[in-house]
Design a protein around this ligand. Structure first.
Ligand SMILES: Nc1ncnc2c1ncn2[C@@H]1O[C@H](COP(=O)(O)OP(=O)(O)OP(=O)(O)O)[C@@H](O)[C@H]1O
Length: 285
């Protein structure tokens, strides 16, 4: 290995030092890839419904600390892919490695225990429970490996204290004692993220967290994702391109079940196939 390359290897281990002015060539990203072990590695994942290949031979990696966004037109297979990653839906073929372990056959609860959490669009919320009780219940479930839905947790400071911290983190300070069904749509989306955070995930799977939110709510949730970014690895499905390109470290593009491109936002914007298949459509919408 030449001297400049050796310097790059050292610099690559230092998150602040990885600029490597000596060798601004393609060797450097490859070195970085070799050094940074992916937290999630998806290999040739597929799922069909009859003749329809909904996820078709999909492969990609997500590195620890990365925010990887998955975009694609309606019906491209994004939700199906998230279902497969979370364990809600089995794979016809392919492999999912999480933190170096093959989780392809693991149940959803086992994946959650391993640190792979998904925010479950509103349906995971207990509507009559307050925001605080919802998060405290999720913490209780993590600690006891089961949901005790009817066992209210109101007086348990051991649960309430971390629950309050999580609610404040997602921007729901001042809303702790509001019943979940009285929260606004955007606040419910924030609560979903809080419930997922209560499982202490290493990887957070988010399915359209901005869907149906107002302009202000969307800004709040975008700020929340920006604050979580780097601390927790995130796989984000989102139709809001402004948010995706502002937040993502890398973007994967699904079209008809195939990941046609994955790369840095600027590369994805410039990719002719992506523009034709997807982003071009947007500009004409
Ligand atoms: N259970 C199912 N049985 C049959 N077809 C299905 C099933 N689930 C999804 N599909 C089909 O698979 C395709 C991909 O659906 P999916 O919901 O994963 O797409 P998506 O990219 O998330 O779309 P959107 O952006 O509209 O949410 C669609 O054509 C859908 O009709």
């Amino acid at each position: 290995m030449d001297r400049a390359l050796a310097d790059c290897v050292r610099a690559a281990a230092d998150p602040d030092g990885f600029l490597c002015p000596q060798r601004p060539d393609r060797t450097v990203p490859r070195l970085r890839e070799a050094l940074v072990k992916p937290l999630l590695s998806v290999q040739q994942l597929s799922k069909s419904y009859g003749a329809l290949k909904v996820t078709n031979d999909i492969s990609f990696d997500i590195a620890e600390g990365e925010l990887f966004a998955i975009i694609g037109p309606n019906g491209a297979g994004k939700t199906t892919l998230i279902h497969q990653l979370s364990g809600m839906l089995s794979a016809d073929s392919g492999q999912i490695l999480f933190n170096g372990v093959d989780v392809t056959q693991q149940s959803m609860p086992d994946r959650v225990k391993a640190g792979l959490a998904r925010s479950f669009q509103i349906t995971s919320i207990l509507p009559r429970f307050t925001a605080l009780e919802n998060v405290a219940t999720a913490i209780q479930a993590r600690r006891h490996s089961s949901f005790r839905f009817f066992d209210r947790v109101a007086n348990d400071e051991g649960l309430n204290e971390p629950a309050r911290a999580i609610l404040n983190e997602v921007g729901l300070d001042g809303r702790h004692h509001v019943p979940a069904d009285s929260l606004s749509h955007g606040e419910k989306r924030q609560l979903e993220v809080a419930i997922a955070l209560a499982t202490q995930p290493k990887l957070l799977l988010l399915d359209e967290p901005l869907a149906g939110t107002s302009h202000d709510e969307s800004r709040n949730i975008t700020n929340l994702l920006r604050a979580l970014k780097g601390r927790i690895t995130i796989a984000l499905i989102e139709h809001d391109m402004e948010a995706v390109f502002a937040l993502a470290d890398r973007v994967g593009v699904l079209v008809y079940g195939r990941m046609i491109a994955a790369g840095a936002p600027a590369d994805i914007r410039a990719n002719a196939e992506v523009r034709a298949a997807y982003l071009g459509e947007e500009t004409h919408a």
